[in-house]
Write a protein that binds this ligand. Structure first.
Ligand code: SAH
Ligand code: SF4
Ligand code: F3S
Length: 476
């Protein structure tokens, strides 16, 4: 047997989904999945280019696997994903023992390319066209991936799945590589999306998370000229019986329209949880980032959300230390965070990326110590507001979808394969608004909806206990 594959994934949800599909495809071609690189005949790294750190992680993992390759020359090493698309030949130069480089739009070629490497045809590379590498239609086609192949065993849990509704991005924020690595923005056809959602429901999936870089800008133009937008798509997905929760990430502030918010309000399965990155609280910085909105536009969106979905949870991403960010700019970001009271924020230190407008035209002039300090200060403000808001849940009962044992339970060694579900372990679940809840429970509860009474809260987690059901005896 020389078809044992190991896959390691970094990066965003798109990559998690891509890895699931590559594994589904490889299994159809007779591969089995192993859970460490040592045992594998083929080691695949699904990579991310969004920040330098993400790339370093991959090069350091490649460094480690090199010794295995030296001991066993037939072991195939592959690099797939955004770094493969961005760096292409550079990967072979930096790591000459790599056999395979495959961009995110070419993943369906992996089984064929592995056969070629095995057949002695040497290194293989499959990447999509660059943003100026052909006609609009041919560039778009070269970035399409093969979504209907699904493999429940590769998901974080069998009852939660990602579903791509949009490929690529056309926003070209000046700091970002994604429009280059994932190609032009394309909405997938509603028919394909619904067919895939039905497959997922048949596989027992209760929660789907729709994926797109600017997911709420989703649009699909039909041959007759009519257009399906995000609101219409949500209405159609809502009809699928088995699906109980629908989430979607990541949203673009400008496209959070009243119509979309009203649709979210009116569809009970759709989570009132909106991840809408602000990136900065300063108009000057937003302009240099070419985000296409002002702080006033963002606040107007917050006002729309507050009016139409008063209980919604909002989360954000921020980049600190972007080119030319002054202390005053940064203060405005802190202020925005206080005003918007995000459920959580992902905070990143600006990392200059080759191929972007910021790389070509702006100076990466904020020292790393300043980036690190701003990161910590913003995180402290974010944690403070999140804790205050989470504490408001104490004494209330929330409904969670139970995901499984918490990381702490696993770390403490309380989770064993012999456990048939009777042991009490710390379990983790999420509310409809995406709040993380931990409670003492058992593994049989995974994949079920439970009511949890909240006793305590921190900035990231609600802590509770399963609500005891009052048993009313009917007179015998
Ligand atoms: N499409 C999404 C984000 C995709 S990348 C959106 O527009 O919101 C995820 C996050 O990484 C971004 O929101 C941004 O905060 C961060 N990011 C992107 N490029 C970066 C860079 N060059 N340096 C630091 N953070 C970056
Ligand atoms: Fe990158 Fe901006 Fe597109 Fe998001 S919207 S993927 S940050 S270019
Ligand atoms: Fe990274 Fe590509 Fe996602 S660059 S963040 S894996 S789209």
């Amino acid at each position: 047997m020389n078809k044992r594959v190991y896959i390691q994934t970094v990066g965003c949800q798109m990559n998690v989904l891509d890895s699931e599909m590559v594994i589904a495809d490889l299994k159809r071609h007779g591969y089995t999945v192993v859970d460490n690189a040592m045992e594998a005949d083929c080691v695949l790294y699904n990579t991310c280019s969004v920040r330098e750190k993400a790339e370093e992680k991959v090069y350091s993992a490649l460094g480690k696997v090199k010794t295995q390759k030296l001991e066993n020359e037939s072991k195939i090493i592959g690099v797939m994903g955004c770094m493969a698309q961005k760096d292409q030949e550079i990967i072979f130069k930096r790591a000459p023992y790599v056999d395979l480089v495959v961009g995110p739009g070419q993943l369906h070629n992996i089984p064929k390319l592995l056969d070629k490497v095995r057949g002695g045809e040497g290194r293989q590379m499959a990447v999509s066209l660059s943003r100026k590498g052909g006609s609009q239609a041919s560039i778009a086609r070269s970035h399409e991936t093969f979504d209907p192949l699904r493999d429940p065993t590769m998901r974080p849990t069998p009852f939660q799945a990602y579903l791509r509704i949009q490929i690529g991005c056309d926003k070209f924020c000046t700091y970002c590589v994604v429009p280059n690595t994932r190609g032009p923005e394309q909405g997938r056809s509603p028919d394909d999306i619904l067919a895939e959602a039905n497959i997922l429901a048949d596989q027992g999936c209760l929660e789907i998370t729709l994926l797109g870089q600017t997911v709420n800008s989703y649009k699909y133009k039909h041959d007759d000229g009519s257009v399906t937008d995000m609101a219409a798509l949500l209405e159609q997905l809502h009809e699928i019986d088995g699906i109980k929760r629908i989430k979607f990430v990541t949203n673009y502030p400008k496209d959070m329209t009243e119509r979309l918010l009203e649709t979210i309000r009116d569809l009970p399965k759709v989570s009132k949880y909106l991840h809408v990155p602000a990136q900065s609280g300063s108009d000057e910085v937003l302009k240099r980032m070419k985000r296409g909105y002002t702080v006033a536009d963002y606040m107007a969106m917050m006002e729309r959300i507050e009016r139409i979905l008063p209980d919604a949870a909002i989360s954000s991403d921020f980049i600190v230390g972007f080119c030319g960010e002054t202390e005053e700019d940064f203060k405005q970001t802190m202020e925005l965070t206080r005003r918007c009271r995000f459920k959580n924020s992902f905070i990143f230190q600006y990392s200059v990326r080759a191929g972007t407008k910021a790389f070509e035209r702006l100076e990466d002039d904020i020292p790393i110590e300043v980036k690190a300090r701003r990161n910590n200060e913003l995180l402290a403000v974010q944690d403070e507001v999140a804790k205050e808001d989470n504490l408001k849940f104490v004494g209330k009962t929330v409904e969670v979808l139970v995901e499984g044992p918490s990381k702490k339970a696993v770390r403490d060694g309380n989770v064993s394969d012999e456990d048939n579900g009777d042991h009490i372990v710390q379990m983790i679940g999420r509310t409809h608004c995406d709040r993380i809840v931990v409670f003492d429970g058992n593994r049989r509860q995974a994949g079920h909806f439970l009511s949890i009474t909240i006793d305590d809260a921190s900035s990231h987690t609600l802590v509770g206990r399963v609500k005891t059901v009052e048993v009313v005896s009917i007179g015998v």
